[in-house]
Design a protein around this ligand. Structure first.
Ligand code: ACO
Length: 351
């Protein structure tokens, strides 16, 4: 028994935000952004109307329809995001409700692995399918980054990179000889956890700042609050990234984990028909392509149009490649991701 991708869908919000538009909010230029990241534009969801969950639902409906099932057939939901609607509960149950799924014989799991969320989600889903526990798993990656970015000059290195969107797949068992997930490879190393992170708000309650032991001004109260006034006053509720450290690690780990998956499957890199890397930065993907010696037609890049959509980037890129007719039955598709944590991983799947 293997796991196949039975249906795939994506949703990109309508609003296009060009590099030129960003220059009206912060000190940046179209040339700087294109040269460093390859990004020309990204999409932003409609503020106060769309959410991470509504975008996920839009992508999920397409994936469900393409899988030839109805929402009621879904027996497990896996939701990967770093920009959830609520601090808790996670988006899994919100998606269940948004899709109108009233049955309770269903599980909902939230994955917090940022850029590798979709790859980790596929690996989890694969285990559940192979053991026969579930037959129709809905896996989504969805992000509404635009509500959590710093649009001042201080945040420009991070803000210009990210966009909003969602991608979804339906996973089912298959016994077909030449079809399904061949293997998944997962890695993590917490050494650099804070180098690509949003550490506020958190249960540290500001303690890491060395200035506030507890959120409440009255130290006699034994607890605190996740968000402190200092975090708000000092603009500390946005992500931070040590860009060059991320870049250096990404260009090493991407090829490593792709080669590891190939070796596990007893395949050479020439066997790859399509590589769908996490759309972190066009320069990273170009570097990986060069190291792997893959021709342009075997690598999917769409970061130019959508920016980096974190957990959504792989399913969006995979869906676009599918819709463009770039994936045929029996093709060997390799998915690979690297990101915050650091975590990294790959998936080899026969379409
Ligand atoms: N517009 C104009 N100038 C900028 C901008 C901007 N948006 N952002 C930073 N700068 C300036 C800096 O202030 C700095 O100016 P200075 O020399 O006067 O001090 C200069 O540009 C160079 O800054 P660096 O941070 O050194 O720029 P770098 O060449 O490293 O590029 C970047 C930054 C694009 C983030 C790069 O490090 C990178 O691509 N890193 C990989 C990180 C990545 O791709 N992350 C994606 C998310 S994580 C993931 O998905 C894996």
């Amino acid at each position: 028994m293997k796991t196949k991708i039975a249906g795939i869908g994506k949703y990109l919000p309508k609003r296009v935000v060009t590099n030129q538009e960003l220059t009206t909010y912060m000190d940046t230029t179209n040339e700087w952004i294109i040269e460093r990241t390859g990004i020309e534009e990204r999409r932003y969801a409609e503020k106060h109307k769309e959410t991470t969950t509504t975008m996920a639902a839009a992508a999920a409906r397409i994936a469900i329809e393409r899988a030839g099932i109805t929402p009621e057939d879904i027996d497990f939901i896996i939701f990967a995001t770093l920009s959830p609607d609520y601090y808790f509960p996670g988006c899994g149950v919100l998606l269940q409700r948004e899709l109108g799924l009233t049955k309770t014989e269903i599980g909902a799991l939230d994955i917090r692995n940022q850029c590798t969320g979709f790859v980790y989600g596929l690996s989890v889903a694969d285990q559940f399918i192979k053991t026969g526990m579930y037959k129709n798993i809905l896996l989504v990656g969805s992000e509404m980054h635009s509500m959590g970015l710093d649009f001042s000059d201080e945040g420009r290195a991070v803000t210009v990179i990210f966009g909003d969107g969602a991608g979804a797949v339906v996973l089912q068992p298959t016994t077909k000889e030449n079809q399904g997930i061949l293997n998944t490879v997962l890695h993590s190393d917490g050494t650099h956890a804070e180098e690509l992170a949003m550490i506020n708000p958190g249960s540290h309650g500001g303690y890491h700042l060395g200035t506030e032991k507890f959120g409440y001004p009255d130290p006699s109260i034994p607890g605190g609050v996740f968000v402190t006034q200092k975090m708000v006053d000092d603009n500390m509720l946005t992500p931070n990234m040590t860009g060059q450290l991320v870049f250096k690690n990404a260009v090493v780990k991407f090829p490593e984990v792709i080669k590891e998956g190939l070796a596990k499957a007893g395949l050479e890199k020439e066997a790859i028909d399509l590589l769908v890397p996490h759309q972190a930065n066009l320069r990273i993907s170009q570097f990986v392509q060069k190291v792997m010696g893959l021709p342009d037609e075997k690598v999917v890049n769409n970061i130019q149009k959508y920016g980096n959509t974190t957990a959504a980037s792989i399913p969006i890129a995979l869906c676009e490649a599918f819709e463009d007719g770039r994936i045929n039955e029996g093709d060997l598709v390799c998915l690979a991701a690297f990101g915050s944590g650091f975590t990294w991983g790959s998936v080899l799947v026969r379409w």
